[in-house]
Design a protein around this ligand. Structure first.
Ligand SMILES: NC(=O)c1ccc[n+]([C@@H]2O[C@H](COP(=O)([O-])OP(=O)(O)OC[C@H]3O[C@@H](n4cnc5c(N)ncnc54)[C@H](O)[C@@H]3O)[C@@H](O)[C@H]2O)c1
Length: 371
């Protein structure tokens, strides 16, 4: 289990400058992949006084140009190998399509850098293991960009679990469902670059936080199915992201899976880019022997003094997206510079990847599979 002493409080780290105004330690960090999430990483990192953004890498010259114009980054590269050799960064943040997470992470670790990789950790568990092996051999840190475990709702439920309020968690239902939300940018519809569709792209978020709240039990088997019925055709209804590239779309629209854990607990997961449902859902709920809970609205269901009660917090801090991205990067920087425990180490990424992979393998073969 991850050290529960690390929380969103790490956002408030007070970095003391020396009397001459200098920050004693600075992390020389490079961003690899300067697209949508890469820009958010840069915004968050630029606000940290103990981080020096030393380089940016992207294969698209227009993205590099934007880095220069918007963030003043001047040491820019189209090739990550050249950047690693010339800049020798102490750490990298990988924000490329999923297929590149493992090769870039392994190269960066071998070059002596600590690594934060965006979610999902990689394309499959085999790649995750290669990354973990490379980190171990190099003696470097490997973190996965699971920002939702920093969310105040997740932290509240985790503290309640540690307090014994749920007893043993038996069943968790995870939902990452979009009614019509096929991304119309990037390569999210291309299996060869992403590894899959909503299961690996959206399901991963809700699964990682639910697995964290459960106490990270070991997954042992999976079953499920996936369906494609809309994304590979031109869109013919109004939606928030119209005109996605249906010609290259070869991932699922909907995935349903069930994962069994070594302790007997079961997780059900539902993830979609497109589904005929009343509205989008982003949530998980669970039942334990002493209490149950829900992520949104954050609630604890239990018995108290002869009454069944639903407990809701009187106050929780904001969980807005930019704050969560800052929190996960702050934790990574704290780990690199000050040896703080990682909230989402590579091992957590592998466990979630194994669950996703199990559902995909079960869908392909039509029966339960071992994890
Ligand atoms: N944590 C989150 O909430 C979150 C949100 C969005 C995306 N992501 C993840 O971040 C990653 C990127 O997603 P995005 O939405 O930013 O996609 P994007 O398409 O906007 O950006 C990806 C960038 O990587 C660049 N790139 C491609 N090949 C490269 C290479 N070899 N070297 C350097 N750069 C390269 C592309 O040119 C592009 O600019 C994905 O893994 C995705 O799952 C995470």
């Amino acid at each position: 289990m991850v050290d529960s002493s690390v929380s969103t409080e790490s956002l408030g780290r007070n970095i003391q400058a020396s009397p001459d105004g200098k920050i004693p330690k600075k992390l020389r960090l490079a961003i690899i992949g300067c697209g949508g999430i890469g820009e958010l990483h840069i915004q968050a990192l630029k606000a940290m006084p103990d981080v020096e953004l030393v380089a940016g890498v992207d294969t698209k010259p227009q993205c590099l140009q934007a880095m220069k114009q918007n963030f003043g980054l001047t040491d820019l590269y189209e090739d990550f190998q050249t950047m690693l050799a010339r800049v020798k960064p102490a750490a990298v943040s990988i924000c490329t399509p999923n297929a590149l997470h493992a090769p870039i992470a392994v190269a960066a670790l071998q070059a002596g850098a600590d690594v934060m990789t965006e979610k999902p950790m990689a394309m499959n568990p085999r790649e995750c293991r290669q990354m973990l092996e490379a980190a171990k051999t190099a003696g470097r840190k490997l973190a996965v960009g699971f920002q939702y475990r920093h969310h105040p709702n997740t932290q509240m439920l985790t503290r309640a679990r540690d307090n014994g309020q749920f007893g043993d968690v038996m069943f968790v239902k995870c939902q990452a469902l979009r009614r019509r939300g096929i991304p119309n940018w990037g390569v999210f519809g291309q299996k060869e670059l992403q590894g899959g569709g909503p299961m690996i792209d959206l399901g991963v978020h809700v699964m990682e936080m639910a697995h964290y709240v459960m106490g990270s039990p070991k997954p042992v088997s999976a079953s499920g199915n996936i369906w494609t019925y809309l994304g590979h055709k031109p869109g013919n209804v109004a939606s928030m992201w119209p005109n996605w590239d249906h010609t290259t779309y070869n991932v699922e629209d909907l995935a349903i899976g069930q994962i069994r854990f070594e302790n007997g607990a079961v997780m059900q997961v539902e993830a979609s880019f497109a589904a005929h449902i009343p509205a989008d859902i982003w949530n998980f709920s669970f039942m334990g022997t002493r209490g149950g809970g829900c992520w949104d609205p954050p609630t604890i269901h239990t018995d108290s003094a002869g009454t069944m009660v639903n407990i809701t917090p009187a106050f929780l801090p904001s969980g807005d997206f930019a704050r969560l991205i800052s929190a996960k990067l702050r934790n990574f920087v704290d780990a690199c510079l000050y040896n703080a425990p990682l909230m989402a180490p590579g091992e957590a990424g592998l466990a979630v990847q194994a669950m996703i992979d199990g559902v995909y393998r079960s869908a392909a073969c039509g029966h339960d599979v071992g994890i």
